[in-house]
Design a protein around this ligand. Structure first.
Ligand SMILES: [Zn+2]
Length: 492
């Protein structure tokens, strides 16, 4: 008997807008595809949150005993600047600016992506295919769509015929848009445009002579359109119809809408049964953008080297912070929110670490089986991690009362409590038991704060020799003090 036979998972399906009972195509098996990063810059924190949501979902399904084939791709070609239909490839542009081979750019940022995800304790996906590794499969799908009459070739490029497709299918069903409205709201095509309608999108783009990323095709040298790679790779590894497709909310349109159209046009089948979309991360109440300076990289949080946070935060703590919000809600990150979250994180780890040494009694004061099922109910309800964490804190309350001998627990229940806490905290939420290092970092934090205070007093007394000594000696230990309007902060 597997756990999935006892636990019924309900998922919010973006395609229907409803919460539905999850039933996989094949009993005990799940195929899941998630759109991966375009590797032309350091992975940003918002993307990490999206991938972390799906890592948590992957972990929960595995815990329930499902055999999950999880495919998360790497986009290393075809994604044009601003997600546009024309213009430069994001990777080619970076290669030109940094005078690198495009594949050097890909290698550099794929390594960064893996490095950050490893720090966040992600499980690797089952398959991590690349767009450039699947050019042949993409060309085959284009041929098929052309054969079915839903695409046209013009001047060495091939476009998907959205207007024709929409006559027999529903283009816009995922994002809830109507083609007539889309057409009314887009600019008219200019004389340089090859497309018949502004909504048509490229399946294959002719490579201009200066374009460095190019492949031969039946339509001449070119490169695939961005949307096509996900259709090619998901079909190849998960089949024409599979269980779950995930990605960030921003990919719903046009990217995922186009994936549906490509699949339906090439093989007549709806590609995905459950579409899941993770929401975005804001910083201090505003959208993150490098251009406005309201942005922070994961590495900068771990080291504290930034002007936004007063101290460094461990990857596992940041993961805990992200898990405190439901994956479909917008989450705002700020120094105060992280500080508050850190207290909770340490309390949880401390409680888990103390379970083994709890005194054993003749009875248990709370219904541990009901509590345990409550943890499953939270996860079964569209992976509601904030409710799950509240349940874990219910247990923390009992653990602390047992420690004080106000409550008691039997030996059997103690084992079940420990196992359940470990399953949900480490296996499913993916947190790491870094209590000892957190205690160390708390102590370090306390000592540095004390020195910052002494330095402030020295400066107020015009004792600059002492204040400089404190700053320089801390710097010698790799702790940088930063003086700002809000006072002094530090980074490691
Ligand atoms: Zn995709």
């Amino acid at each position: 008997m597997q756990l999935y036979q006892e636990q019924t998972v309900r998922i919010h399906n973006s395609l229907t807008g409803k919460k539905e009972t999850f039933i996989p195509l094949n009993e005990g098996q799940i195929g899941m595809y998630v759109c991966g990063p375009t590797v032309y810059s350091n992975v940003h924190l918002g993307n990490c949150r999206t991938f972390m949501s799906f890592d948590m979902i992957f972990r929960y399904f595995r815990h329930l005993g499902y055999k999950v084939r999880y495919v998360r791709n790497i986009t290393d070609a075809g994604h044009l600047v601003d997600d546009a239909e024309d213009g430069e490839d994001k990777i080619a542009k970076k290669a030109r600016l940094e005078q690198l081979e495009p594949m050097e750019v890909v290698q550099r940022y794929t390594l960064d992506f893996h490095n950050i995800l490893e720090k966040f304790n992600f499980l690797p996906p089952s398959i991590e295919p690349t767009a450039t590794g699947h050019i042949i499969e993409q060309i085959e799908i284009i041929k098929e769509i052309l054969k079915k009459g839903y695409a046209y070739e013009i001047n060495g490029s091939v476009y998907f015929d959205v207007v024709k497709f929409n006559k027999s299918n529903d283009y816009g069903k995922l994002s809830g848009r109507k083609l007539e409205d889309m057409i009314a709201n887009t600019r008219e095509l200019t004389a340089q445009d090859d497309k018949k309608s502004p909504q048509d999108f490229a399946l294959w783009k002719k490579a201009e002579p200066e374009h460095i990323m190019r492949w031969p095709s039946p339509w001449g040298d070119g490169f695939p359109g961005w949307h096509l790679e996900c259709t090619a790779m998901s079909t190849k590894y998960l089949g024409e119809t599979f269980d779950i497709h995930g990605g960030g909310m921003d990919l719903k349109f046009p990217h995922h809408e186009c994936e549906i159209a490509q699949a339906e046009a090439s093989n007549g089948k709806s590609p995905v049964n459950y579409w899941l979309h993770a929401n975005m991360l804001t910083l201090n109440g505003k959208k993150m953008a490098k251009s406005t300076g309201n942005s922070i990289l994961p590495g900068e949080i771990f080291s504290g080297e930034n002007n936004i946070l007063s101290k460094p935060f461990s990857p596992s703590m940041v993961r805990f912070f992200m898990m405190q919000a439901h994956y479909t809600s917008i989450l705002d990150i700020s120094n105060d929110a992280l500080l508050a979250s850190e207290k909770g994180f340490n309390k949880l780890m401390e409680a888990i670490n103390s379970i083994k040494s709890l005194p054993e009694g003749k009875k248990t004061n709370f219904d541990i089986n009901t509590w345990r099922q409550g943890c499953y109910d939270a996860m079964n309800d569209d992976f509601n991690t904030p409710i799950l964490i509240a349940k874990l804190f219910d247990a923390v309350k009992h653990i602390n009362l047992i420690k004080e001998n106000t409550e008691s627990i039997t030996i059997e229940d103690k084992d079940l409590l420990l196992q359940t806490m470990q399953n949900f905290t480490f296996d499913i939420l993916g947190l790491e038991n870094k209590k000892s290092s957190n205690v160390d970092s708390e102590k370090l934090s306390g000592v540095v704060e004390l020195l910052i205070q002494l330095r402030k007093e020295a400066r107020e007394n015009k004792d600059f020799a002492t204040s400089d000594k404190i700053r320089d000696q801390l710097a010698g230990l790799g702790i940088q003090l930063k003086d700002g309007k809000e006072g002094t902060t530090y980074s490691l």
